[in-house]
Design a protein around this ligand. Structure first.
Ligand SMILES: C[S@@+](CC[C@H](N)C(=O)[O-])C[C@H]1O[C@@H](n2cnc3c(N)ncnc32)[C@H](O)[C@@H]1O
Length: 194
């Protein structure tokens, strides 16, 4: 994957997301079910995912917000969104909404989203702090932003780097899972006062 990054500076091409999202990763490293479980999802929630890739994580989250919940799967690349549209049509998934949008300037109202997540995605984007500030804008006061990273990703950041980005964006660290090789960090707007 690091070789791909040498050739394609930004963004990662759609074909490479097929390589990233392979069965070994889904069964052993970043299990979609487990990642979804750690987001404290509830039926009816509105969720935004940035960089859905093949949609494995989108699907796991979409199942947990049923009934009445939905997942907006956002990407700047039309090819990624078109591929996801085909997948959800083939699998008759009703509550995933693929959408071309820019994470720097999301077309969502202030404080309108319950959860925002990104899997091996944020570090690829050149200004992650600005992206986190945009996440903060659209997140409800009691919402959660969940970021998961894997060492094999060419843009992998250390946990402390991602925590620093979040702090600079005005977010509080809430909880973390995993280890240096594969981790998931949850952030909130403000720590609960209890
Ligand atoms: C590394 S891929 C995501 C991989 C996927 N989450 C997975 O785990 O298989 C990063 C994605 O972020 C998208 N992206 C980059 N900058 C973006 C932006 N400003 N707004 C929305 N999507 C963006 C890219 O087009 C790319 O599809």
């Amino acid at each position: 994957m690091r070789i791909i990054r040498k050739i394609y500076k930004f963004p990662i091409p759609a074909f490479a997301t097929r390589l990233i999202d392979n069965p070994i990763r889904r069964r052993l490293l970043q299990k979609p079910e487990l990642i979804a479980e750690r987001m404290q999802l509830k039926p009816g929630m509105t969720v935004v995912e940035i960089g859905p890739g093949k949609g494995s994580y989108t699907k796991a989250v979409a199942e947990k917000v049923q009934p009445n919940g939905k997942v907006f799967a956002i990407d700047i690349q039309e090819s990624i969104i078109n591929r996801l549209k085909k997948k959800i049509k083939k699998e008759s998934i009703q509550n995933i909404i693929p959408k071309i949008d820019d994470a720097y300037n999301l077309s969502f109202e202030d404080e309108s989203v319950d959860r925002i997540f990104a899997i091996t995605c944020l570090p690829e984007i050149p200004d992650p702090i600005r992206i986190l500030m945009e996440f903060k804008r659209i997140l409800k006061p009691d919402g959660i932003i969940s970021l998961s990273e894997l060492f094999l990703d060419p843009d992998y950041p250390l946990r402390r780097t991602e925590k620093r980005w979040a702090k600079e964006a005005g977010l509080d660290f809430y909880e973390g899972f995993g280890n240096w090789f594969v981790y998931q960090l949850n952030f909130i707007k403000k720590k609960p006062s209890y």
